[in-house]
Design a protein around this ligand. Structure first.
Ligand code: GDP
Length: 291
């Protein structure tokens, strides 16, 4: 889909988000866009690209602890090839965060050189943190600001919901909470967000969701599924998700009276285990082509 086409779909709330982001953009030198390393396509909003045009930015692939390390490396080099600075991070443990400030300095090298020329050596670098809900924005900011929730200052012209955080080494972060939504209208995007728990389960049928997830997992990481659910050498080819769900439920002894498989309980268990990373480090979307 071309950029012009992708801009047309967004409804009123996206237009408001766009305005809000555009306003905040004037206050910052760069944008740090946080995405989920397991679903780098679905966890990013296509309009952001359009809104931040021209603003130096970096992509932070968060939750790398749950993503397939090989796939994450491929994503980082995929972005590098497109001249986009990308850093993989884990805000749960703090791993990878040391690379954030150097990466921002790298994308801002021309600006920093020009500030230096003008004698502005002590200039603070201001970075807007942006991303869809649940991607880890608060965790990222809390980690870097060492849990200090104190806003740096209230800058004029900034809406009250925007908060500044000082993270030291000449950096301030601008938090822009909850304004950017994923493109859930897209079926694949909606599904992948639901698998990872980024959108609420109650809008989707649990068994359907679990079956679809199993189908995808058995295609991408069949051994991880076999090993987690003790399915031996089971050949998943030609099997539908609901059939695999039955196998998993049976292995786990999730039965209802009469001996039938309790597929609802099995579905919930499967989704919980996937989201907790128990099935393995899994990436659902591969660089250069979505699965
Ligand atoms: P926000 O809505 O973008 O501010 O997201 P949060 O910072 O509130 O994070 C959403 C959920 O993801 C929380 O349960 C976090 O603990 C979890 N989370 C954030 N970063 C990571 C990470 O790097 N790894 C893992 N495993 N969980 C994370």
């Amino acid at each position: 889909m071309s950029e012009a086409q992708s801009i047309q779909w967004f409804p009123g709330h996206m237009a408001r988000a766009k305005k809000q982001i555009e306003k905040s953009l004037k206050q910052v030198d760069a944008v740090a866009e946080i995405a989920d390393a397991r679903i780098p396509v679905s966890s990013r909003n296509p309009i952001l690209e359009h809104i931040i045009q021209g603003k130096p930015r970096i992509i932070l692939l968060n939750k790398r602890d749950m993503a397939d390390p090989t796939a994450t490396k491929q994503w980082v080099s995929f972005y590098q090839q497109k001249n986009i600075e990308a850093v993989d991070i884990d805000c749960k443990s703090g791993k990878g965060l040391g690379a954030f400030q150097p990466a921002v300095r790298k994308v801002l090298a021309p600006q920093i050189a020009s500030w230096k020329q003008k004698g502005m050596t002590g200039r603070t670098i201001r970075v807007m943190v942006i991303g869809i809900p649940n991607v880890g924005k608060s965790s990222f900011i809390n980690r870097l600001s060492h849990g200090s929730h104190a806003a740096v200052e209230n800058r004029p012209g900034v809406t009250r919901s925007n908060q500044w955080f000082s993270i030291g080494k000449g950096f301030d972060l601008l938090d822009t909470p909850g304004v950017l939504w994923p493109k859930i209208e897209d079926k694949m995007v909606g599904e992948h967000l639901a698998f990872t728990g980024a959108v609420k389960d109650d809008i989707l049928d649990l068994e359907d969701l679990a079956s679809r997830l199993l189908e995808l997992l058995c295609r991408l990481y069949p051994n991880a599924v076999r090993s987690r659910y003790k399915l031996g050498e089971t050949d998943f080819s030609g099997m539908e998700g609901w059939q695999i769900l039955q196998l998993v439920g049976k292995k786990r002894g999730m039965l209802v009276s009469g001996g039938e498989i309790d597929t609802e309980r099995t579905s919930k268990m499967l989704l919980d285990e996937f989201r907790a990373g128990k099935i393995g480090r899994i990436t659902l979307e591969q660089a250069g082509g979505v699965q």
